[in-house]
Design a protein around this ligand. Structure first.
Ligand code: NAP
Length: 486
């Protein structure tokens, strides 16, 4: 593949009339364009089956951009960006249609850096890659990168098959696997906070940390993804990818440098060090739940089994709470509690580090708030003002997203990921060894769950999950931490 100097960057979106393209990708391109962050010479080729012309497609996307751009929408910016857009009617399962795509690339000429964004269902990843190769599009003259989004397989075997198929068209270095959590500001900030503060990094170990908690709670249900979700469940939809990304960053050693290779290799070491849950011990480590009808923001909502496209007797989990250990010198013996759930009482993604405490006072607490609030909360102990020596907990609360300037300077995840991709920075993407290590753990766990016929506990929509999840921590004289209750 060509590594020389390119004179044009060409983005090609497969699935150009889909939800991901309208709500995330095109607004991300608009934001980058309006902030002068796009490559100097670029084109965006949008592929779809619908019978649009470039002009009619531009009219279709305008309202989406007005609604979803982060930066102020301006007609004149949109018009300038539209000069770089081209819509092409293509059925991507028809090999003959790839000659139409090739014709457009040939018309643009020069040496191109081509990025193929597959905003399509995963079963199309390999067929598209294969057709791109067969059509001669992936030639040596230009450079080629492909961007795909999870799920990367539904288990380790299917992930390996997908990987082998993709690698017949692209070398692994050209495959950019998106986990949009890695594009979130505060996930990147975990590394900065850890490695740039002796205050934290000096005590980031099993001598000082009592437990770590990673939570990703949502108030929404399965929305219109019922058919997909019922086959998937929270373990595969959230834990295997997003939560394990966070876990690996929280647990890793300082990378040798800021390169993708150095960061990802430290992350993989953490995933490889996850201790599998022993036979017969599942109930001590894992709680599965499924929401029943309840209320969300004071509105009555359906239970999971009444949602569209869900089997009426489904046992798919919409909630997972887990206690994990990693076998590394730094954190061995420290319980890492993770939880994720749909239709919970709040929307919140955060990491909490609870430190060991001297007798009689509350433990120090560090909370890294990832979403929707972004910031850092630190609780420590101080003397109560007055004449008594009483010690009371006090806190510092740095709300990054409360500052207008921070908000407007913080890119959306997809914006950051697209920019990283055309700059060929793979640090924000998931490496193949990471995919492999996380599936290995989850596959083993799912086998155990089936073997031990684990109960999936019901919880009413609008609550924080099944009470068994609280009980798992209570047995160890701990509780789930959040800012209000910490
Ligand atoms: N939506 C999100 O926010 C989101 C977030 C994360 C990940 N994802 C993932 O991204 C992928 C796409 O999601 P989505 O929500 O955008 O799905 P979607 O709305 O169903 O869009 C799929 C797109 O693929 C096109 N398509 C399907 N078969 C085609 C064919 N043979 N030839 C040409 N075009 C074809 C559809 O075109 P037609 O309009 O002609 O049907 C549509 O543009 C999925 O794998 C999803 O899991 C989505």
């Amino acid at each position: 593949m060509n590594n020389g100097k390119q004179n044009k960057t060409v983005f090609t979106i497969f699935g150009g009339t889909g939800d991901l393209t309208y709500r995330k990708l095109l607004p991300a391109f608009y934001n980058l364009f309006s902030l002068f962050k796009m490559p100097q010479d670029f084109e965006i080729l949008i592929l779809g089956r619908k019978d649009y012309t470039t002009e009619s497609y531009i009219e279709v996307i305008k309202p989406w951009l007005k609604k979803f751009t982060r930066t102020n929408y301006r007609d004149e910016v949109f018009e300038r960006m539209s000069e770089h857009l081209r819509y092409l009617v293509v059925n991507f399962t028809e090999e003959k249609d790839y000659s139409l795509i090739k014709d457009v690339y040939d018309q643009w000429g020069g040496i191109q850096q081509r990025l193929y964004y597959l905003a399509v269902a995963p079963q199309f990843f390999a067929p598209i890659a294969f057709s791109l190769k067969k059509s001669g599009i992936l030639d040596e003259k230009h450079s080629h990168q492909v961007m795909i989004e999870k799920p990367f397989g539904v288990d380790i075997t299917s992930a390996q098959i997908l990987h082998q198929q993709m690698c017949q068209a692209f070398d692994d270095d050209s495959i950019y696997r998106i986990d949009h959590y890695l594009g979130k500001e505060m996930i990147q900030n975990i590394m900065s906070v850890r490695f740039n503060n002796t205050l934290f990094e000096g005590i980031w170990n099993n001598h000082q940390i009592d437990n770590i908690q990673i939570s990703a709670l949502e108030t929404v249900g399965v929305e219109n993804r019922g058919a997909y979700y019922d086959q998937t469940g929270a373990l595969k939809d959230m834990v295997q990818n997003h939560l394990f990304q966070i876990l690996s960053i929280v647990g890793m050693e300082k990378p040798l440098d800021g390169s993708a290779q150095a960061i990802q290799s430290e992350q993989v070491k953490v995933l490889d060090a996850l201790i599998p849950i022993k036979r017969g011990k599942l109930n001590e480590h894992l709680v599965l739940g499924q929401y029943t009808k309840g209320t969300s923001s004071d509105i009555a909502v359906k239970g999971y089994l009444e949602e569209e496209n869900i089997h009426t007797d489904s046992t798919t989990e919409t909630y997972v709470a887990m206690k994990l250990f990693i076998d590394t010198p730094r954190l061995s013996g420290v319980p890492i509690y993770i939880r994720t759930g749909k239709r919970c009482d709040r929307r919140s993604t955060e990491v909490a580090i609870q430190f060991k405490a001297p007798k009689g006072v509350l433990p120090n607490l560090l909370i890294i708030k990832i979403y929707p609030d972004e910031g850092i909360y630190l609780r420590f102990n101080a003397k109560k003002p007055g004449t008594t020596p009483e010690v009371v907990p006090v806190f510092m609360d740095f709300c990054q997203s409360c500052v207008y300037e921070n908000r407007i300077n913080t890119p959306e995840a997809y914006e950051r990921l697209i920019e990283a991709a055309f700059k060929k920075d793979k640090a924000l993407f998931t490496s193949w060894p990471q995919v492999l290590a996380s599936w290995r753990f989850i596959d083993h766990l799912i086998d155990r769950i089936k073997e031990e016929k684990m109960i999936v506990y019901p919880y009413p929509a609008g609550q924080s999950g099944p009470s068994e999840s609280d009980e798992m921590l209570r047995r160890e004289e701990r509780h789930w931490i959040d800012e209000e209750h910490g």
